[in-house]
Design a protein around this ligand. Structure first.
Ligand code: FMN
Length: 211
């Protein structure tokens, strides 16, 4: 599949995978497209750590389960508990994918932002909306990654739920400062392809032509 509009439209989050091998060459190609994304001041604040080892994937899921238990013990309301339980299925399925890509970023400020921050009056600083360029840049790369993988017949799911155990997973993976884990992307041949497109808000609801 090579039509970009069709690729963007037909990509869906995939949460169950076949066990088929994913060759290193395919992963390399997907990351080559991921890093074509734009980034603030072209800083390219991203790294992609590829995990295939079953024990390592289980340890990562174990970190998430540890956090889940800690949170569960503190929930007092039945409604909050019900909501919480509903989300649990979305947190650890990555461990059953043949490949897990851990996306890392590091904070960075452009030279321009540094000057702004240094010379902006204090009262203005407080009002300033914080534009996190690293997160925006790495997110652009993740979207490219998802689309490239989909174009090559692979399924993925952009996951930030497991980041509740960010520090613990970083320790398991040996991630070192200034790098931090921002998302986890399971990758593999989809076990099932759900037909149709996922619902989206109508364009008229989100598009503003400001005259
Ligand atoms: C920033 C971000 C975080 C997400 N985190 C999770 C997650 O932790 N677990 C999960 O199952 N899906 C996660 N998703 C996938 C969304 O649920 C999914 O994209 C959305 O429901 C639309 O479905 P679609 O991707 O099939 O179009 C995440 C998506 C984004 C963009």
């Amino acid at each position: 599949m090579t039509d970009i509009f069709e690729i963007m439209k037909s990509r869906r989050s995939v949460r169950t995978f076949r066990g088929d091998n994913v060759p290193d060459s395919d992963i390399r190609k997907i990351i080559e497209y991921a890093v074509m994304a734009p980034s603030g001041s072209n800083q390219q604040p991203w790294k992609f750590m590829v995990i295939r080892d079953r024990a390592l994937k289980n340890s990562m899921a174990g970190c998430v389960n540890g956090k889940i238990s800690a949170v569960k013990g503190n929930i007092k309301s039945a409604k909050a508990e019900e909501h919480f339980k509903g989300y649990l299925q979305y947190l650890t399925f990555f461990q059953d994918a043949p490949v897990v890509i851990c996306v890392l970023t590091r904070p960075h400020r452009s030279v321009f932002e540094n000057i702004l921050h240094k010379y902006m009056p204090e009262e203005e600083k407080e009002k300033q909306f914080f534009v996190d360029a690293s997160i925006q840049s790495v997110s652009a790369a993740v979207q490219n990654l998802l689309l490239a993988a989909h174009a090559m017949g692979y399924g993925t799911c952009w996951m930030t739920g497991p980041i509740i155990a960010q520090r613990e997973i970083e320790q398991v993976l040996g991630v070192e400062e200034p790098w931090h884990l921002t998302s986890i992307i399971p990758l593999g041949k989809p076990r099932e392809i759900r037909p149709g497109y996922f619902s989206r808000k109508p364009v008229d609801e989100v598009l503003i032509f400001k005259k």
